[in-house]
Write a protein that binds this ligand. Structure first.
Ligand code: CS2
Ligand code: MG
Length: 405
């Protein structure tokens, strides 16, 4: 007998930071979880799901995952965009979770089975000055990581993307009535970063993969200059050198450097990646399983990328919940051109609300062998952490004009 979707509910919880979870329950009582978190715009996705998507899921066959994806993507005239794709991603994750639980298999086995034993992961090391950064890199190495993203403070700037002021973990979204305003100076950044990262490389030796995120801030010539100046550091990748809208710039960057380029945490579909992949302008795809339409759509991006030797490296900051991280890991274990998973980690309350089968050990992640995605949300505990409005910061140049954060 065909099972049917009985209910679809949205849960918003804030165990330290906001998360939006989707709970889909079938008539047979199987529960699937999805992640619909969009940092700083959480309630937009919650409403999109509650008001427009959940009602039309009821009665559908949960095993028709691809058909539901097409129904939600093509069945809306106003298609695409971060809110829509995060909502579709949440449904897709929940349906894969249900299929796995129904079959009694972890999702990676439904995707064709493991093609690797474990998934290489990277985490973040940050420091306001070089000595603090070197300490942070050493601490990350002591935890077993073989790859690390390094971000450093810039002399003359009070705030810098990715670098917390205190020793607390970096969490860009701030709670409050309005976004924090940061002052940004690309010239100061360009003068400081290549030397600082060269010191990190001299300190670590060759056997640690180093990554750096420019977070969308550079003009075309600045991007080319940074890539060129970072050549001696031998980066694993340089991320988001320019605003996502200007893809043509990457031709200029390529002409000046062989530094591997990673792009796309704000992209939500294969259509946005098409020329980046087919013109070989990038080396790594950063789309998140939650923001880019779920496992079903990330597989489509990966299939296109594989033809051009581009590899998958999904976004995994703390605003990607443990549910989406699980989805990414099942996908990663079963996908040949998967390279590396970002893993910032979570504070304890997040681990308690989202109990998970995935594990971290020795620089690697594994999704675990529990049926489905292997994440169960403790709803009673989640209810003790109500939503709190939070915004990502905005950035202004020294003259007060807005720039990309
Ligand atoms: C990022 C994120 O992890 C990354 O590479 O660029 O830190 C990003 O700034 C946040 O996810 C924004 O919500
Ligand atoms: Mg990034």
């Amino acid at each position: 007998m065909t099972d049917r979707i009985a209910t679809a509910e949205v849960l918003v919880t804030s165990p330290g930071r906001n998360y939006v979870a989707l709970k889909v329950t079938t008539e047979a009582g199987v529960v699937g979880w999805g992640d619909a978190t969009l940092n700083g715009r959480e309630l937009a996705v919650a409403s999109y799901l509650r008001d427009h998507v959940c009602p039309i899921l009821i009665g559908r066959d949960p095993a028709r995952i691809e058909d539901t994806w097409q129904y939600l993507y093509r069945g809306v005239y106003w298609r695409g965009g971060s809110v829509t794709m995060a909502a579709i991603g949440a449904v897709d994750l929940a349906l894969w979770d249900i299929l796995g639980k129904t079959a009694g298999l972890p999702v990676y086995r439904l995707l064709g089975g493991a093609v690797r034993d474990r998934i290489l992961s990277y985490t973040h090391a940050t420091g306001w000055d070089v000595p603090a950064l070197l300490d942070a890199v050493d601490a990350v190495r002591d935890r077993g990581f073989q790859a690390v993203r390094v971000q450093t403070g810039v002399p003359g700037l009070d705030t810098v993307y990715g670098v917390p002021r205190d020793r607390a973990a970096y969490e860009p979204a701030g709670r409050g009535a309005a976004p924090a305003e940061e002052v940004w100076d690309t010239g100061a950044y360009l003068r400081h970063v290549p030397g600082a990262l060269a010191e990190v490389r001299a300190h670590t030796g060759d056997d640690l993969a180093l990554l750096h995120d420019a977070h969308h801030r550079l003009t075309p010539s600045q991007a080319a200059r940074l890539a060129r100046d970072l050549e001696p550091v031998d980066l694993f990748w340089l991320e988001d050198v320019t605003p996502a809208e200007n893809q043509d710039v990457l031709r200029l960057v390529r002409a000046h450097s062989t530094v591997p380029l990673a792009i796309g945490e704000v992209f939500t579909s294969v259509f946005e990646f098409r020329s980046l992949i087919t013109e070989q302008l990038i080396d790594f795809v950063r789309a998140a399983v939650s923001h880019a339409g779920g496992i079903s759509h990330l597989r489509r991006i990966a299939a296109l990328a594989d033809v051009w030797q581009v590899r998958m490296a999904p976004h995994g900051p703390s605003d990607v919940s443990p549910v989406a991280l699980a989805g990414s890991l099942h996908f990663g274990l079963a996908t040949p051109n998967f390279a590396i998973q970002e893993y910032m980690g979570y504070p304890d309350p997040v681990h308690e609300v989202f109990g998970h089968a995935w594990t971290y050990a020795d620089g690697h992640l594994h999704p675990g062998d529990a049926p489905g995605l292997g994440v169960e949300v403790d709803e009673a505990l989640a209810a003790r952490y109500p939503y709190e409005r939070a915004y990502l910061p905005v950035a202004r140049r020294r003259d007060g004009s807005m720039t990309d954060w």
